[in-house]
Write a protein that binds this ligand. Structure first.
Ligand SMILES: Nc1ncnc2c1ncn2[C@@H]1O[C@H](COP(=O)(O)OP(=O)(O)OP(=O)(O)O)[C@@H](O)[C@H]1O
Length: 313
């Protein structure tokens, strides 16, 4: 199942700056893994080392069992890397650019594969266009087509939607999902928590060169997400009554709502919060406080992420 194994990886740049500190990470075949982290955390350094563009100072990387230093060609041929920007080549056509990328890996020409790739990225109609004439969205698709030209099993996307509008972002997400459905393993770096929340099966958080967390997205949200139960009251309160002092409540909306915050990880725990909620509701009734509506809200990955990064700061 493991398609990439990263063992005790470290990187010290010539300047003496240590960008990666003993990273251990396994990527599973067929997953979408999102690497989240603030600016300068080491995301680009990590994927550059895995892709063999930057030398590690310590540790090793196995790609499908092939060491990415001693067995560079085998390792590299399995990887496609989608950089942030398209450089040069403004006057080349889409077809030529993508075909050329395949050639760089020493693969024999395969017009069939190039056609399939262009069609899957809705670039077929544009194949004769020069890159300079393409829209930003189309250029991003060309970057992906180039990275897929040599038929890699693993695709790295470095900030795939940095600086694009919402519509294009959704478009790109759809493209990535489609690739995964076709069996490609995806590793993406992102600043956008929304992107990780939307796309990822697993999330890694990197901070100051250390992986501070790797977790299934669902598990992460279950474990760390707090829930808030908001009760909209029939009659506003000026303060929380004594009888409810034992319950962890706050008054909101000018006294028109009571908010109870609890740990979502204890859901389903008979000793935990469901009992506490039942008790709370009973106590409200006993105190003669009636509510006309209620809703619960789970904290988003964004809130979870911010608290994580602050916690380890
Ligand atoms: N060639 C280099 N020489 C010295 N330091 C470098 C070099 N490249 C990157 N760094 C430093 O290493 C750290 C990690 O950089 P990296 O680009 O990996 O971060 P990142 O998480 O990808 O950030 P961003 O989201 O801003 O791209 C930064 O502090 C950066 O200044």
């Amino acid at each position: 199942m493991t398609v990439i194994r990263v063992e005790d990886l470290s990187k010290v740049y010539d300047s003496g700056f240590q960008a990666l500190k003993g990273i251990d990470l396994d990527i599973q075949r067929g997953e979408i893994f999102a690497l989240l982290g603030p600016n300068g955390a080491g995301k680009t350094t990590l994927i550059s080392v895995i892709c063999g563009l930057v030398n590690a100072s310590g540790g090793r990387v196995l790609v499908d069992g092939h060491d990415n230093v001693t067995d560079y060609r085998e390792a590299r041929s399995r990887i496609g890397l989608v950089p942030q920007e398209l450089t040069g080549e403004a006057f080349s056509t889409v077809w030529d650019t993508v075909s050329f990328s395949r050639g760089l890996f020493g693969k024999p020409a395969s017009p069939l594969h190039i056609e399939k790739t262009l069609r899957s990225l809705s670039l077929w109609e544009k194949r004769r266009n020069k890159l300079m004439t393409l829209s930003g969205g189309m250029k991003r698709r060309v970057l992906i087509a180039k990275a897929l030209a040599h038929e890699p099993q693993i695709l790295f996307l470095d900030e795939p939607t940095a600086g694009v509008d919402v519509e294009l972002r959704r478009d790109m997400w759809e493209v990535v999902r489609q690739l995964r459905e076709n069996g490609v393993t995806i590793i993406l770096t992102t600043h956008y928590i929304e992107e990780a929340e939307e796309m990822a099966d697993r999330i890694g958080v990197i901070r100051a060169g250390e992986l501070v967390l790797v977790e299934e997205k669902r598990e992460l949200m279950r474990k760390l997400g707090s829930k808030a139960l908001t009760l909209h009251l029939c009659e506003p309160l000026s303060r929380i009554p004594e009888a409810l002092a034992d319950h962890d409540l706050t008054l909101a909306e000018d006294g028109h709502a009571l908010v109870y915050t609890y740990d979502a990880s204890r859901q389903g725990d008979p000793e935990g919060d469901p009992a506490a909620i039942a008790e709370l509701l009973a106590a409200l009734q006993a105190a003669g406080i009636h509510f006309k509506d209620l809703h619960t809200r789970q904290s988003s990955l964004e809130e979870i992420f911010v608290s994580l990064v602050q916690e380890s700061a």
